[in-house]
Structure formats: structure tokens, C-alpha cells
Design a protein around this ligand. Structure first.
Ligand code: IPE
Ligand code: IPE
Ligand code: MG
Length: 234
């Protein structure tokens, strides 16, 4: 592709805030769900490309703990799309050795969507290629609160940063090297607020449905141009 990626420095963990589906649809005079559908197509391309370039972990923000504030038909439409995604893509994802994981409390999502998730997790659990984390009913504050309660329940009197990390949905994973947000917004919206302490943030004005592998590579090249210091210096 046109952006010269250094293939020896591909980030291990890429996280994406897939934003702008609604505005994409509005610009076309379509309903918001059309935007979410187009967003799902974009996701398929980015998952494939992540596998191709050797990303180890891809974490995508699909539905936040705050997104329940949206109209009921939009919320149910999004969960229906999840079923469609699994039905249509699971075979290929499995063939490509992708392992699917869910970050967030999916115990309260609609039952038919939960069935699809169970199938996706069971089908891909032994795969050792790209780890695709779908953040679903995910919120960073809820995640940290849950971790604190797990530690209280365990009877711990002294808690370390490692203890907290080990109780997050991302336990055992490296922190995201880069968080990409589409659609021109510059906020985290409660995404990975603990894990993003030293993540590079890359913003693009492109709406999520228009986010192509080429734009993805441009964002990764921008990430590769950053000087990560982690509080130290050379
Ligand atoms: C992101 O697109 C998808 C979800 C939050 C589920 P939006 O639906 O937030 O699109 P905009 O931000 O309204 O354009
Ligand atoms: C963040 O986008 C959540 C997802 C992409 C799933 P939102 O559109 O919900 O975020 P805000 O409301 O603009 O901060
Ligand atoms: Mg949005």
C-alpha cells in the first residue's frame, strides 16, 4: 500500500473506537442502522487486514455502557447486526485462525445475540492467530469498579497495579500500543481508560464505514512516527 509501514514494528495491540456510523448515514439520507451495517462491513476489512499485517490483538469498541441511552430500535438493531456478523463471518474468521473474545458485561444483552456470542467463542477458542476483542456493553469505569469488587471479594488488603490489571477484561494482554478513533472526535468515551495510560492516540476524520485498510495503514504509519518515551528519555 501507499503508506510505508515498517513491518518489523507493527503494534502488538491496536484498539479502535469505531465512531461516525450515524453521521455517515445522515450524510446519505439513510437511517442510522444503515450506517451501523456499513460499519460492520468496514470492520470485516480491518479484521482481515490486521491478520495480514501481523497485529496480535485487535480490540474494537462496538457498544458502550452509555450506548443504552440510544433509542430502543437503534440498540436492538445493533445487537441484531452482531448476530448477522457472526452468521456471515464466523466461518471465515475461524479459517483465518482468529480467536474472538468479548470485553464487557454481555450477560445482559438480548438472548439471541448472546447465543451468537457463545457460538463465536466456542468455535474460535482454540485458534492462535489474531485475537479479536469485541468491547460490548463495555465501559472503562464499570470495568475498574468490577475489578475493585473482585479484589475486595478475594479479601486482599493491599492492592497493586498488577492486581488491578489482572482483574480487568484484558487480563494477560499487553496494553494497547495505539488507540485509533474515527470520525474526528477526540475523546476516549470511557474506552480502556486504565489500559490506555501510555497508548498513542491517533485521530482520523474519516467516518468508520469509510475506514479502509489504506486509511488504517496511514494511521499505523502515524503511530510508527511517534516517539514513545513512557516517562523516560534517551
Ligand atoms: C459508532 O457510531 C457506533 C456506536 C456507537 C454503536 P455512532 O452511532 O456513534 O455514529 P455517530 O457518532 O452518531 O456519527
Ligand atoms: C463510543 O462512541 C462508543 C463506540 C464507538 C461503541 P459514542 O458515539 O458512543 O461516543 P460519544 O457519545 O460521542 O462520546
Ligand atoms: Mg458516535
Amino acid at each position: 500500500m501507499e503508506y510505508n509501514l515498517d513491518m518489523t514494528r507493527i503494534p502488538r495491540h491496536v484498539a479502535i473506537i469505531m465512531d461516525g456510523n450515524g453521521r455517515w448515514a445522515k450524510e446519505r439520507g439513510q437511517i442510522r442502522l444503515q450506517g451501523h451495517l456499513a460499519g460492520m462491513e468496514a470492520l470485516c476489512g480491518i479484521v482481515r487486514h490486521s491478520s495480514d499485517i501481523g497485529v496480535e490483538y485487535l480490540t474494537v469498541y462496538a457498544f458502550s455502557t452509555e450506548n443504552w441511552k440510544r433509542p430502543a430500535d437503534e440498540v436492538s438493531g445493533i445487537f441484531k447486526l452482531l448476530i448477522k456478523f457472526v452468521k456471515r463471518e464466523l466461518d471465515e474468521l475461524n479459517r483465518n485462525n482468529v480467536r474472538i473474545d468479548i470485553l464487557g458485561d454481555w450477560s445482559i444483552i438480548p438472548e439471541d445475540s448472546a447465543d451468537s456470542i457463545r457460538l463465536a467463542l466456542a468455535t474460535t477458542e482454540k485458534n492462535d492467530g489474531l485475537k479479536l476483542n469485541i468491547a460490548l456493553n463495555y465501559g472503562g469505569r464499570a470495568e475498574i469498579t468490577r475489578a475493585v469488587n473482585m479484589l475486595i471479594d478475594s479479601g486482599k488488603k493491599n492492592v497493586t497495579e498488577e492486581d488491578i490489571s489482572a482483574c480487568l477484561y484484558t487480563a494477560g494482554m499487553p496494553d494497547p500500543d495505539v488507540i485509533i478513533r474515527t470520525s474526528g472526535e477526540s475523546r476516549l468515551s470511557n474506552f480502556l481508560i486504565w489500559q490506555s495510560a501510555y497508548s498513542e492516540i491517533v485521530l482520523t476524520p474519516v467516518y468508520w464505514p469509510d475506514f479502509t485498510p489504506s486509511e488504517y495503514e496511514r494511521c499505523l504509519a502515524e503511530y510508527q512516527s511517534r516517539d514513545r518515551r513512557f516517562g523516560g528519555h534517551k
